[in-house]
Design a protein around this ligand. Structure first.
Ligand code: ZN
Length: 370
């Protein structure tokens, strides 16, 4: 615990160095960075002992507040700048990169106004970032994101939801190459992400535990008919028919299942091109990987494998394929209160049930007879 001396000193710094003065020029409405707002934020900042700061309460003038405060918070490890309406501009992020070299967690979500300048600055100034949220920052390019990953190689949790320009297969290759410690990646609504990019992740990030690909409509998860046919034809002319070489071609979901043995959560919501083949591959990977799991961590066997799978709106999937996945991963449930296999919106999948639902249905019958 820091004493009141630390609190007073910090408050004095805020007063002296202009944060309050600047902010008082604007209206002190609800959520504005006026005096009361600053007091509230100051209290939060101090209670976190200078290493944690959240300015998300600030609804106006966050940019000015960051510019005036950040030079006094050089020990920051966690900085939360989530916004409802975009306020931050590149100069604020450059200031953060100039002063906060120990930063491990940064939330810049919904900063629509930021450009690549911000990512280039963070790459140079904050190499220790472990957790970065730039969801909704739609102006970032894949070049800048790739550059950042070359410097911030400790990243474990990365939220790129809605970064439509940044999250391309090219950027995912850079992530797979540079960020081998990655555990959680959100690629929601990044509709340029394809199977190639997901495969790069699968091979480069073996510790991946959660991957959200919702709305990534290019993902098929399985072999793509057109390319496969071309490959087979060329192989036939060159070497004769060697079918067994090709089933793994472009199978991004297979690569994930085979290489990311810690994968627990997979979001495929609205991936409308996901095929049955991807589901069967997932189910098979579980069977294939089981002996290794048994050998290494016997007691944790039940904890291995998917515990959350969202395939809502994946309208191309059929019940037998999804049932195969459900049967292979005992932690996936469709029963009430435990919907860890989420199939809402797939009217043709209503016949898919986890083992406990089936068990419940069969034990309910004799009771009805009494
Ligand atoms: Zn169940």
């Amino acid at each position: 615990m820091r004493g009141t001396e630390g609190l007073d000193l910090s408050f004095e710094k805020l007063m002296v160095f202009g944060g309050v003065e600047n902010m008082n020029r604007s209206n002190s409405g609800d959520g504005d960075c006026g005096f009361w707002g600053l007091l509230h934020g100051w209290r939060d900042a101090i209670s976190w002992g200078h290493t944690h700061l959240s300015l998300s309460w600030c609804k106006k003038n966050m940019n000015n507040l960051v510019l005036s405060l950040i030079p006094k918070f050089t020990k920051l490890q966690v900085l939360i700048l989530r916004q409802d309406t975009p306020q931050l501009q590149d100069d604020a992020v450059e200031k953060i990169a100039d002063y906060c070299h120990d930063l491990q967690e940064l939330d810049l979500s919904k900063s629509f106004r930021l450009t690549d300048r911000s990512l280039y600055a963070l790459a140079r100034g904050c190499p220790d970032l472990v957790k970065l949220n730039i969801s909704g920052c739609s102006a970032f390019s894949d070049n800048a994101l790739g550059y950042l990953t070359g410097f911030c190689r400790k990243l474990k949790i990365l939220n790129l939801c809605g970064c439509v320009r940044a999250a391309t297969d090219r950027a995912l290759k850079a992530i797979g190459y540079n960020c081998n410690k990655l555990q959680s990646l959100n690629l929601g609504w990044c509709d340029r992400v394809g199977d190639e990019g997901v495969k790069s992740l699968a091979y480069g990030c073996p510790d991946l535990r959660a991957l959200d690909l919702c709305g990534c409509v290019l993902i098929t998860g399985g072999a793509m008919a057109v390319n496969l046919t071309l490959m087979l034809a060329s192989a036939y002319f060159r070497h004769g028919f060697v079918y067994e070489v090709y089933p793994s071609y472009h199978e991004s979901v297979v690569a994930l299942a085979n290489n990311c043995l810690h994968l627990r959560s997979l979001g495929l919501y609205y991936c409308q091109n996901i095929t049955d083949r991807a589901m069967y591959s997932l189910a098979q990977s579980r069977v294939k990987n089981k002996p290794e799991v048994w050998a290494s961590v016997k007691t944790r066997c039940e904890e291995e494998g998917l515990t959350n799978l969202n395939i809502s709106q994946c309208t191309a999937l059929t019940p037998p394929a999804v049932q195969a996945v459900c049967d292979s991963f005992p932690a996936l449930h469709t029963c009430p209160g435990r919907h860890s296999l989420i199939i809402s919106g797939c009217l043709n999948l209503t016949s898919v049930h986890c083992a406990c639902s089936i068990h419940r249905a069969s034990t309910a019958m004799p009771r009805l007879a009494h």
